[in-house]
Ligand binder design. Structure first.
Ligand SMILES: Cc1cc2nc3c(=O)[nH]c(=O)nc-3n(C[C@H](O)[C@H](O)[C@H](O)COP(=O)(O)OP(=O)(O)OC[C@H]3O[C@@H](n4cnc5c(N)ncnc54)[C@H](O)[C@@H]3O)c2cc1C
Length: 599
């Protein structure tokens, strides 16, 4: 049986010691009153909810899956999910980072992110139900009319209703320009929507009284392609004049998918047959409105993978301390037992440290991005807000793709630590691996994230955003020059900063001649950028650990381990960048040489 204990010590380290969130939040008017103790208290409660309520439902939810009733189109989530959702709502969790004007608690995004890491460790499939609602809340907050906000936001904030995002259709996933769902204007200002959506997460379920679907569709006179897509809000039950769920709308689930993982989350085919909806934002500008939700969801997917990386690591580490096989190469370590625990073997440690480094690096990096969102939303200086917004735009595809690729690696290594026992279902490790796989696909595949980073976020502004982040990295590295203990971190960090800058210029020049060059380089490029982030944050964490150890500040084991993980990261994981840079530089030729008919 797997176990889970929220990594509160490390979460606090990242929030308070690395990011100094107290200092940052003290500059943001909505959070002036917030102190570290309050943040910690919320985290303690969130950890309890994750471990005590959600975690026990993870394996049963996976085994049981969701049930679809073809006669009614209803979907029942696995046993216990509904009750857990009620407890979640009653405790006020959905409102944590929402606007007090709509019933929210107005707490920072960085805290919400930490909460979601824990919820996802405990149960990714369950966490997707409220997770998508938060994206719908953000989208309607940014683009809804005052009436739409008044109607939908308080109910999404309270958790009374949940939300979905309905983009994908059978013939269009990545290329939304192909989408066909139609929206016909009605005399009363509403629209009638018809079409088929597939793969809609939480499209139908029995957790909440109503489901607020955000649907992309085309108006009758819309131009072809992505410039002709509009966004609509289509509730499952059309609210009556008091805002209560009223008439059943003609958006119904036709089937649920049988899939590799996240069995507890209903992945629905949704049919719209003259369903009533209302336009959100400007006609034909739906995709950019939906991007608000997609960006929130991309960070959310990063948190899913961080959660899985952590829980897989914890279980593998516990197993490796218990399982006895063979003797240490340097002599028996448990001479009183017939064999040593497998944690004595260097390669078992490599596997454990890989998963742990991906968890700790991912936590530091993604919490930083969440804090930048708080800055972007709430700083008083517009220039500071703009700089934060640019940084979030640059880093979001890296969080999504790098953390999800890493989780796949980490869960696989953690499974491997169990040997054959990892492959069978009893220990729960194969579920983590199955659940982790979707994170690399939805919310824009990781290839699409890489193209977004390289083509849109880096090359389109001639690397300006990248250089601004590079300036921060260089300033930190410069400040460590006189510290010999930091050399092992600073030299490779500086070297990679230079190499990434050269690589960016080289790909930019090649892509001007041939756009396939960007497509060929994008995936390894993003992974290099991800390692660059991790190297920067691990170097900063190492600095703190060294200082604490030097000052005998207490909690030595924590800082000793932090330093050891940082050293492992630089020695064993960062060198992957040498290969990745060679791959990124190798060009499009070797990929495009064969005619399609030769494959
Ligand atoms: C479990 C699950 C839940 C989901 N939840 C939702 C949801 O809630 N709402 C929703 O709207 N959708 C949802 N999706 C859909 C998901 O977002 C899409 O599956 C995803 O965007 C990819 O689209 P596709 O499957 O059509 O693949 P395709 O777009 O057909 O892509 C196939 C392959 O080609 C690559 N490719 C495509 N275009 C390019 C390009 N231009 N350059 C380089 N490579 C390219 C892709 O990276 C991929 O590897 C979900 C999917 C699943 C499986």
């Amino acid at each position: 049986m797997p176990g889970y204990q929220a990594p509160l010590r490390d979460i606090r380290f990242v929030l308070h010691e690395l990011l100094e969130v107290g200092r940052e939040l003290a500059q943001l008017p909505p959070h002036l009153e917030l102190d570290d103790a309050t943040l910690d208290q919320v985290l303690d409660e969130g950890a309890r909810f994750a471990s005590d309520v959600l975690f026990p439902l993870n394996r049963s939810g996976d085994r049981e899956g969701c049930r679809f009733d073809p006669a009614t189109g209803d979907v029942a989530a696995p046993g216990g999910f509904r009750h857990a959702y009620r407890l979640f709502v009653d405790a006020g969790w959905p409102s944590l980072a929402c606007d007090p004007a709509f019933g929210g608690q107005g707490l920072p995004m960085v805290l919400n992110n930490a909460l979601y890491e824990m919820l996802n460790s405990a149960n990714q499939a369950w966490t997707m139900y409220p997770g998508l609602s938060h994206g719908a809340y953000e989208c309607l907050s940014a683009h809804g009319t005052p009436a739409q906000k008044a109607l939908y936001l308080p109910r999404l904030v309270s958790g009374e209703w949940t939300g979905t995002m309905c983009l994908t259709e059978p013939h269009c996933g990545t290329d939304l320009g192909l989408l066909k769902t139609r929206a016909v204007p009605q005399a009363d200002g509403s629209y009638k929507l018809s079409g088929s959506k597939i793969f809609i997460s939480a499209g139908e379920h029995d957790l909440a009284a109503n489901i607020v679907h955000l649907v992309l569709a085309r108006l009758p006179d819309a131009p072809a392609g992505t410039k002709g897509i509009s966004l609509f809000v289509v509730p499952k039950f059309v609210p009556d004049s008091d805002g209560h769920p009223g008439l059943r709308n003609a958006i119904r689930c036709g089937a649920i998918e049988h899939k590799m993982g996240i069995h507890g989350n209903a992945t629905c085919q949704m049919n719209l047959d003259d369903a009533t909806g209302w336009l959100v934002g400007e006609p034909d500008r739906g995709l950019s409105a939906m991007f608000v939700m997609m960006n929130a969801a991309r960070l959310g997917v990063g948190m899913q993978s961080l959660g899985l990386t952590e829980v897989a690591y914890q279980n593998a580490a516990a197993y490796a301390r218990e399982r006895i096989q063979g003797r240490s190469l340097t002599g028996a370590k448990a001479a009183d037992r017939p064999a040593d625990p497998i944690i004595v073997h260097p390669d078992v440690r490599r596997m454990l440290l890989t998963a742990r480094a991906y968890a700790e690096g991912g936590r530091a990096f993604s919490f930083h991005v969440a804090l930048m969102i708080d800055r972007e939303l709430n700083h008083t200086d517009p220039a500071v807000r703009q700089a934060a917004s640019d940084e979030v735009a640059l880093l979001t595809p890296i969080v999504k793709a790098f953390l999800t690729d890493n989780a796949w690696i980490a869960c696989s290594e953690a499974l491997q630590v169990f040997g054959g026992h990892g492959y069978i279902a009893d220990w729960g490790m194969e579920q983590y691996l199955r659940d982790a796989r979707i994170n690399m696909i939805y919310e824009g595949t990781n290839t699409i994230q890489s193209l977004d980073l390289l083509a849109r976020k880096v090359l389109m502004d001639n690397g300006a955003r990248m250089m601004r982040f590079g300036a921060k990295v260089r300033a930190f590295a410069e400040a460590q020059r006189g510290d010999p203990a930091m050399a092992v971190f600073i030299e490779p960090l500086t070297d990679l900063t230079d190499k990434l800058s050269k690589l960016t210029m080289e790909i930019g020049m090649k892509a001007q001649q041939n756009r396939d060059e960007a497509g060929a380089a994008a995936v390894p490029y993003l992974r290099v950028a991800g390692h660059w982030m991790f190297a920067y944050f691990f170097a900063r964490m190492a600095k703190i650990a060294i200082n604490r150890i030097d000052r005998n500040a207490g909690d030595d084991d924590f800082y000793t381990a932090k330093l050891a993980v940082a050293r492992f990261y630089f020695a064993r994981l960062l060198p992957e960048t040498a290969m990745l840079i060679r791959q990124a530089r190798s060009g499009a030729g070797c990929l495009m040489a064969m005619d399609a008919s030769m494959f």
